[in-house]
Write a protein that binds this ligand. Structure first.
Ligand SMILES: [Zn+2]
Length: 178
């Protein structure tokens, strides 16, 4: 009898926890709910439930953030990635970040990268990520992003990624990579 009761209590606890995570996403991750990440944090720490600090740095120490404002911009982007993740189109498939933060040195060695790239995170409110989602129609993902992300969007579908970013003043910008 006790065993059955414990199982039921376990299920209720699990459901409650699940709901809390979803609420957290829908409530835009109120500041007190998220882990405070600083440049020196472990790469295993999560900005949001599904995105680790290390993913923004491709788990390379040389790509670690150096300023707190860079972490804040990354948090903003990760919050949005959580919304993309639970969209009908993506339906919780894994979103792979193929490029996050680049130091000026790394950026200068990246083929076709702009010298003012959002990947530099070199001022407050400037940053970007390139993403790819396996097994999902990237045309539909782009359409969803175009409708739901009012800031920077770079169309690299033909190259295997979509760039999502922001720049100071948060203008709406759209471009295609040649
Ligand atoms: Zn990019």
């Amino acid at each position: 009898m006790n065993t059955i009761l414990n199982i039921i209590i376990g299920i209720i606890k699990k459901l409650f926890k699940q709901e809390n995570v979803e609420n957290l996403i829908l409530n835009d991750f109120r500041e007190k709910d998220v882990e405070g990440i600083t440049p020196g944090s472990s790469f295993e720490k999560r900005f949001t439930p599904n995105f680790r600090y290390g993913e923004l740095a491709l788990d390379v120490e040389a790509r670690r953030f150096i300023h707190q404002y860079q972490c804040n911009t990354a948090l903003f982007l990760c919050k949005f990635l959580e919304k993309l993740r639970i969209s009908e189109i993506v339906n919780k498939s894994a979103i792979r970040i193929t490029s996050g933060y680049r130091t000026p040195e790394i950026n200068s060695k990246t083929p076709n990268a702009s010298t003012t790239s959002e990947h530099l995170y070199n001022e407050p409110d400037k940053g970007g990520v390139d993403i790819f989602i396996s097994g999902v129609d990237m045309d539909k993902v782009y359409e969803w992003l175009d409708n739901n992300w009012p800031y920077s969007l770079g169309d690299g579908r033909h190259l295997g990624f979509i760039h999502i970013g922001i720049r100071p003043g948060r203008p709406r910008v759209r471009w295609t990579y040649s």
